[in-house]
Ligand binder design. Structure first.
Ligand SMILES: [Fe+2]
Ligand SMILES: [Fe+2]
Length: 162
């Protein structure tokens, strides 16, 4: 079977649309896991979701897939530093959606992706589209890779990848 080419120009275009705002860039200051910023994590997750969907020939809305993934952790605070952010794992998806709705025009798929990305922790927010299932899988995969990778060892690729 012929391997499908990933169109990184398309990915970069969406990234520059979504990731250039001041608030989005502020995610570079917040840590997701280990020494990986929420910005770096979000772009990585989006790239993994997109390249997987393209390579596997999954018929889905690629634009929504990238946008929803880029915005899935748009909660905009440092959850390691402040006690009021306990239960972050349970609450941040809802906060990310509220923030994203203020700053972006989101479609239903993108909203569902953001709100349900912590499934099954988010019992009442169930992934309702392929895009959301892809995100919930790659978010966990990337998070685990970040948690267990050696400190200081940077992941390959990014700044919208090669
Ligand atoms: Fe998250
Ligand atoms: Fe995440």
């Amino acid at each position: 079977m012929k391997k499908r080419e990933v169109d990184y120009a398309f990915f970069r275009e969406i990234c520059s649309e979504v990731c250039s705002g001041e608030k989005y860039l502020s995610m570079k200051n917040y840590i997701a896991h280990s020494d990986v910023s929420v910005y770096e994590h979000s772009v990585k997750v989006a790239e993994k979701c997109y390249s997987y969907a393209v390579r596997r020939g999954i018929k889905c809305d690629m634009r929504s897939l990238c946008r929803g993934a880029l915005l899935h952790d748009y909660f905009l605070y440092d959850w390691h530093k402040n006690k009021k952010f306990t239960f972050h794992g349970f609450k941040h998806a809802k906060i990310a959606l509220l923030n994203a709705e203020k700053d972006y025009v989101l479609n239903e798929k993108e909203k569902n992706m953001i709100k349900s990305h912590m499934f099954p922790l988010t019992l009442f927010s169930f992934p309702r589209c392929k895009e959301a299932w892809i995100l919930t899988f790659f978010d966990k995969k990337c998070a685990l890779a970040e948690i267990f990778r050696k400190r200081g060892k940077k992941t390959q690729g990014n700044e919208f990848t090669r």
